[in-house]
Design a protein. Sequence first.
Length: 306
Amino acid sequence: MRVRGRIVGGSRDLESEWAMPDVSENDNAVVVGVRFHKVGKVYHFSADGIDGLREGDFVIVETVQGCEMGQVVQTNVQPRHNGPPLKPVRRLTTARDMVLRQQFKLQEKQSLITCRQKAKELHLPIHIVKVEYSYDGRRLTVFFVADDKVDYRLLQQALARHFRIKIAMHSVGSRDFAKMMGGCGACGGSLCCSTFLTEFAPVSIKAAKAQDVPLLPLEITGMCGRLRCCLRYEYQTYQEVRQTMPQRGHQVVTDLGTGRVVQTNVLKRTVVVDLGTHQAEIPLDELRVKPKGRKSVPRKKGTGGG
């Protein structure tokens, strides 16, 4: 019986090592994009020798983890000319493959309970989030979260003895944890990461500041405890609009008089102007920025014409 696992010390890309080099490409190579999960990254594989592949087809592809089942979501992908070559598509799935996959899918809930019980018996400080069988049931992948590095080898061996299949252990970060669990965001809709986001892009606190979002944890963090991914969606638009608006403190000329900008509203494209006696909200197209006066430079003695 073979036991296999990886020592990990934090969050990792859950699928990044599936599409690794093997098959060289050329200008006539047939390349397709394959997705392993409903909301997951798309990986490219060589489909040379596999005719008639269409979007939506399920295929068996070769990965460093072994053969995996995925769904074709892109066809006629332009072959790349740099970087490592691609792993191959082995074949289309059969009815038996689909039945096996469904059968093992139904076993995952009970297997998750068993894995959690084993971890509890060993007093391991980890939380097992999800378990996933390969389509043929030859491997069980256990996804877990832990605050610190954990030596999970005893758990891995106990699970291998119980299930009598290959066991792979994956540590996931807070974002992947939220993606797996799902739930509702602050907007009331389903989490973006579990609905349509296939990759996690970096989010900066600058995005929140540019959109005048209150810098409070409840306002800017998601279920994962990290900055909300949605802060990136309109960040570029806010930046572009702000470039056309006067900054706070600038003197502007309006039909009501001259005043100083105290607040801007990007969505309404208005600014609040302090006119001395009162404040007024003025549309952007109804004001002019007052040019700053140029200081006169005194002329040196003994210079000048005449």
